[in-house]
Design a protein around this ligand. Structure first.
Ligand SMILES: C[S@@+](CC[C@H](N)C(=O)[O-])C[C@H]1O[C@@H](n2cnc3c(N)ncnc32)[C@H](O)[C@@H]1O
Length: 253
């Protein structure tokens, strides 16, 4: 059992794979896991705060720059899983008066099926595809987000995601993930018990923490146009703001 052996969190454990990534894993457990992400994400992911500090200002800037009748602002969630993070962001944006279209993508058809069966939110749709396919199709978004995706990815996939995000996002790309640490591991090992029965939430969650970055590791692997930000002790962001590139480069000289 994962929680009984000594677990070193000194380095990312990229040899670990998550059970949910196995195409032959138990379908019922996977479905309940994807549905259970809603509760877990509300508890740990801080999207309310990231919406206020990052996404709302980007939507405001985008809506100011578009003249005429209220434009539809576009938000993309890459690796959306069951889609709860995207639905929450779109609901927050709608409450603030923005007309928003949300697109959630995931290459796993099992995730897209769960997202499509969840409670419908107007303006939100889900597609089974990779971000590279949206780039190839010439799509564009005001804001690109992801949640709990970075730690899943191999090095080429990680850099592919960032390059795709730069190509797709005109205002903001913000990828949110766990900050690896002993307290996060211990707190999740205990806190996930009540919600994890019949799911992969606890076992995959603990593996996710072991695969995740620290802030300094994330800073080292991000390309120059990206910043690693720490929301709180448990949460990291990889942030790219296309419209501030010139400002940042001038400030760094
Ligand atoms: C831990 S789940 C997170 C799901 C959701 N974002 C959430 O926070 O609840 C990771 C998701 O990333 C998807 N994924 C894995 N590799 C991917 C890739 N290269 N591009 C996009 N999504 C990917 C998986 O299918 C899975 O649904």
């Amino acid at each position: 059992m994962e929680h009984r052996t000594f677990v070193s969190l000194a380095e990312r454990d990229t040899r670990l794979t998550e059970i949910m990534d196995d195409p032959s894993c138990d379908a019922g457990r996977l479905r309940r896991t994807l549905q259970g992400f809603d509760a877990v994400n509300r508890a740990v992911s801080s999207w309310g705060r990231v919406y206020r500090t990052h996404i709302r200002p980007a939507l405001e800037a985008a809506s100011r720059s578009t003249s005429g009748s209220a434009p539809h602002l576009r938000i993309l969630d890459v690796g959306c899983g069951g889609g709860d993070v995207l639905r929450r962001i779109v609901r927050m944006a709608a409450r603030d008066g923005y007309a928003v279209q949300g697109v959630g993508i995931d290459p796993d058809p099992r995730a897209i099926a769960v997202a499509r069966n969840a409670r419908r939110v107007p303006g939100v749709e889900y597609r089974e595809c990779f971000s590279s396919e949206l780039v190839a199709a010439g799509e564009g978004f005001d804001v690109v987000v992801s949640n709990h995706l970075l730690h899943h990815l191999s090095e080429p996939e990680f850099h592919g995601l960032l390059a795709d995000s730069e190509a797709l996002a005109s205002r903001l790309a913000v990828h949110s993930d766990i900050a690896r640490g002993r307290l996060a591991y211990a707190a999740f090992a205990v806190g996930a018990v009540p919600v994890s029965a019949g799911t992969l939430l606890r076992v995959d969650g603990l593996r996710s923490i072991r695969r995740s970055y620290t802030r300094s590791e994330l800073s080292h692997v991000l390309p120059p146009r990206w910043r690693a930000e720490q929301v709180n002790r448990f949460r990291l962001l990889a942030v790219h703001r296309p419209d501030q590139e010139g400002v940042e480069l001038r400030g760094e000289r």
